[in-house]
Ligand binder design. Structure first.
Ligand code: PLP
Length: 273
C-alpha cells in the first residue's frame, strides 16, 4: 500500500508521522472518507469543501485543497482497487507534550484501502449516550471519534452494524458514521443539521434527489416508521431491517428501494455532483 504523508508517496512501512502529532495525542485533527470506484473518487469537491469547513471550525490552517486533490489522485493511482475507501486526515502536527498546537505545521495523510460493497440491509441499535447539538465540535468531522468507537462496539455486541444517537433533548440525531432517514406515510424525513448531526454528503444528495424533508423527530419515531434507512459515503443508501428489538421488513421497503435506485442512477451519471 502506498500512502501520502506530508508531501509525497511512501510505502506503508515507511509512512511516518511524529508520535507527538497533536492528532494522536489529543485528537486534534479532521478527516474525510471518500468512496472511489474504478480509480475515480466520488463527490470529491464536496468532501474537500467539508474538509476546509472542518479545518476552519477547529482553527487549523486552511488545507491546500489543490495539494489534497493531487495527493488523492496520486494515492488512487498508486493503489488500484475496484471499490475503495480513501481516507484524508489533516491534523495539528508535531506538538511537544503539554504544548498547544505545534508550530511545525499541520500533517496531511492520504491512504486508501479496498472495501466490499455493503449489504442492502442492516440492523441498528439505539444508544443512551447523546450527541451534543451545541458543542464546539458539532458538525465538524474531527478525528475525535472515540465515542463512536464505543457505540459501534456496543452495536457489534448486539449483532448490529450501526448505533443511533439521540441529541441532548432526546431528538433523533445520527449514527456513529451515518445519517438516518425514516419513512412516514410514504414521505421521507431526516433530522436537520441543527439536531447536531454531521452534514453528511450522502445525506445532502439523498435530500436533493429524493425530496426528503428535514424534520425534527423524536427518538420514538424509530418504533413507528414504516421504513428506516441510513446514508453514508460507503453505504450510499442502506435499509434498516432491525432497530433494537423491532423487526422491519427483511428487504428494503418500496420507498427506500426507490431512493436506492434514484441514488445509484444519479451517482452513476455524475461522479462529482
Ligand atoms: N455522521 C457521522 C458521524 C459520520 O462520521 C458520517 C460519515 O462518516 C456520516 C454521518 C455520513 O456522512 P457522509 O455521507 O458524508 O459519509
Amino acid at each position: 500500500m502506498r500512502i501520502w504523508v506530508n508531501g509525497g508517496l511512501r510505502d506503508a512501512d515507511d509512512a511516518r508521522l511524529s508520535v507527538l502529532d497533536h492528532g494522536l495525542t489529543v485528537g486534534d485533527g479532521i478527516f474525510e472518507t471518500v468512496r472511489t470506484g474504478e480509480g475515480r473518487p466520488f463527490a470529491l469537491t464536496r468532501h474537500l469543501d467539508r474538509l476546509a469547513r472542518s479545518a476552519r471550525g477547529l482553527g487549523l490552517p486552511d488545507p491546500d485543497l489543490d495539494e489534497v486533490r493531487r495527493a488523492a489522485t496520486a494515492v488512487i493511482d498508486a493503489n488500484p482497487v475496484t471499490l475503495g475507501r480513501l481516507r484524508i486526515t489533516y491534523t495539528g502536527g508535531l506538538s511537544p507534550l503539554g504544548s498547544d498546537r505545534g508550530t511545525a505545521g499541520p500533517s496531511l495523510v492520504v491512504a486508501l484501502d479496498g472495501v466490499s460493497r455493503r449489504p442492502d440491509t442492516t440492523a441498528v441499535i439505539t444508544v443512551p449516550w447523546t450527541r451534543n447539538e451545541r458543542g464546539a465540535l458539532t458538525g465538524l468531522k474531527t478525528t475525535s471519534y472515540a465515542e463512536n468507537v464505543v457505540a459501534l462496539a456496543r452495536a457489534r455486541e448486539r449483532g448490529a452494524s450501526e448505533a443511533l444517537f439521540p441529541n441532548t433533548v432526546g431528538r433523533l440525531c445520527e449514527g456513529t458514521g451515518s445519517n438516518v432517514f425514516v419513512v412516514l406515510d410514504g414521505r421521507i424525513h431526516t433530522p436537520p443539521v441543527a439536531s447536531g448531526c454531521l452534514a453528511g454528503i450522502t445525506r445532502a444528495l439523498a435530500v436533493e434527489w429524493t425530496g426528503a424533508e428535514e424534520s425534527d423527530l423524536p427518538m420514538e419515531v424509530l418504533a413507528e416508521a414504516d421504513e428506516i434507512f441510513l446514508t453514508s459515503t460507503l453505504r450510499d443508501i442502506q435499509a434498516v431491517h432491525r432497530v433494537d428489538d423491532r423487526e422491519l421488513a427483511p428487504e428494503p421497503g418500496p420507498v427506500t428501494a426507490k431512493a436506492m435506485r434514484i441514488f445509484d442512477e444519479r451517482a452513476g451519471n455524475d461522479l462529482d455532483p
